[in-house]
Design a protein around this ligand. Structure first.
Ligand code: HEC
Length: 224
């Protein structure tokens, strides 16, 4: 009787083991391109992909606009040595309504993250990367708050330079979305207006003050 039960246990165990249908090996794959995706690390060169016949350029499809995003800047970059669009950009107004307090706070954050390292927290062109000439950055960033030229610079032209770069300053189009870049311009203009107000102790212009309410929601998370 004892023997029988031992045999029965063995038979059952063997049966269970042989019935297991877990297959460790993949036999055939339907749509292997989807199954084995090609993982691509950020900032890795993509030219090797083109050689393999893979068309991927990390850019949005031309002519498409991300949901909730502003229309793209209407001016393209100038050809080297030309200034036509840079000059024309003076006419372009900030398409965003004045920012409310929370949006202005976000604009300030974006400025401090992306621009403050060079232009300084006070916008005086003396960020930690430049440090009055002692820092590693070789050229003086624009003094956005003290210099008349920048104080009076039209917002469209600022946007142009932040989008396509200017002199030693690179483009910020891949770090900040169109909306975010216009928000930062609002922030700079507000700081300039506040600075001018402080200096002259008079009402300085009707620039964005940061307290304006807007009914429009601004999607600040988008990148373009
Ligand atoms: C790595 C340093 C650096 C960073 C970061 C930087 N800038 Fe600049 N910026 C410069 C320098 C240098 C100039 C002067 C360029 C010139 O006139 O040759 C400049 C010029 C400017 C100008 C004047 C452009 C013109 O047409 O004369 C504006 C506006 C400006 N920066 C805004 C920004 C904003 C906004 C950011 C953040 C999104 C930013 N910068 C980030 C270095 C920097």
């Amino acid at each position: 009787m004892k023997k029988l039960s031992i045999i029965a246990v063995w038979v059952m165990a063997a049966g269970l083991w042989s019935c297991s249908d877990v297959r460790r090996k993949q036999r055939a794959t339907y749509m292997p391109d989807m199954f084995y995706s090609r993982a691509l690390e950020t900032y890795t060169p993509i030219d090797t992909l083109h050689k393999q016949g893979i068309n991927y350029n990390r850019m949005p499809v031309p002519g498409t606009v991300k949901r909730g995003e502003l229309f793209p800047f209407e001016l393209g970059p100038d050809k080297p040595g030309e200034e036509t669009n840079y000059q024309a950009s003076k006419q372009i107004k900030n398409p965003l309504p004045p920012l409310n307090e929370a949006q202005m706070k976000e604009a300030e954050r974006l400025y401090l993250v992306n621009c403050g390292i060079c232009h300084g927290t006070a916008l005086d062109g003396n960020g930690p990367l430049y440090k009055g000439g002692d820092g590693p950055y070789p050229v003086a960033p624009a003094n956005l708050i003290g210099q008349e030229m920048y104080q009076n610079m039209p917002e469209g032209q600022m946007f142009y330079s932040v989008t396509y770069g200017k002199g030693q300053m690179g483009s910020y189009a891949s770090q900040l979305s169109t909306t975010q870049r216009w928000m930062v311009i609002h922030y700079i203009k507000a700081q300039q207006a506040a600075g001018a107000k402080g200096a002259a102790k008079t009402q300085a212009g009707s620039q964005t003050t940061g307290t304006g309410q807007s009914g429009t929601t601004i999607d600040t998370t988008n990148k373009q």
